[in-house]
Design a protein around this ligand. Structure first.
Ligand code: ZN
Length: 140
């Protein structure tokens, strides 16, 4: 049985501290399911691909993470290949008419993009939590 990580603490030197780090494990299943990387219970999405401000279970501040567009670029390349292979196979091998092929693959690619974005954004957020990643600051 996995124990949830301890509640966040705040230090004067570091500001909000979420207690991630190299010793923490990434629960890939929970990340793909859109669950909080600390408690693995709370849903991290408030819309299809938009993060909540905080975890509803353990109040982990999700705004401190910056997933960015890395997952989106990777999915664009992957879905282009999957979509083109699917469309070409359906059209030239299975002889599916274009009026079925075009809307079918449009829906498939949109569905895969949403599922893929949820999974990859959840995984990137879990990796940022594990590696204690945060926006860089210049110290003077
Ligand atoms: Zn949580």
């Amino acid at each position: 049985m996995k124990r949830p990580d301890p509640a966040p603490t705040e230090t004067a030197a570091n500001g909000p501290y979420h207690e991630g780090g190299p010793g923490k494990r990434v629960d890939v299943g929970a990340a793909f399911a859109g669950k909080c990387p600390r408690c693995r219970k709370g849903a991290i999405f408030r819309q299809l691909i938009v993060f909540k401000d905080k975890c509803p279970e353990c109040a982990l501040d999700l705004e401190q993470f910056n997933v960015g567009d890395g997952a989106t670029v990777f999915l664009i390349f992957l879905l282009n290949v999957v979509g083109m292979i699917g469309i070409l196979v359906c059209h030239f091998v299975l002889n599916v008419p274009i009026w079925i092929n075009a809307p079918l693959w449009t829906a498939v690619i949109i569905g895969l993009a949403i599922l893929g974005l949820r999974a990859s954004k959840g995984l990137l957020l879990a990796l940022e939590y594990k590696n204690d990643a945060r926006i860089g600051e210049l110290k003077s």
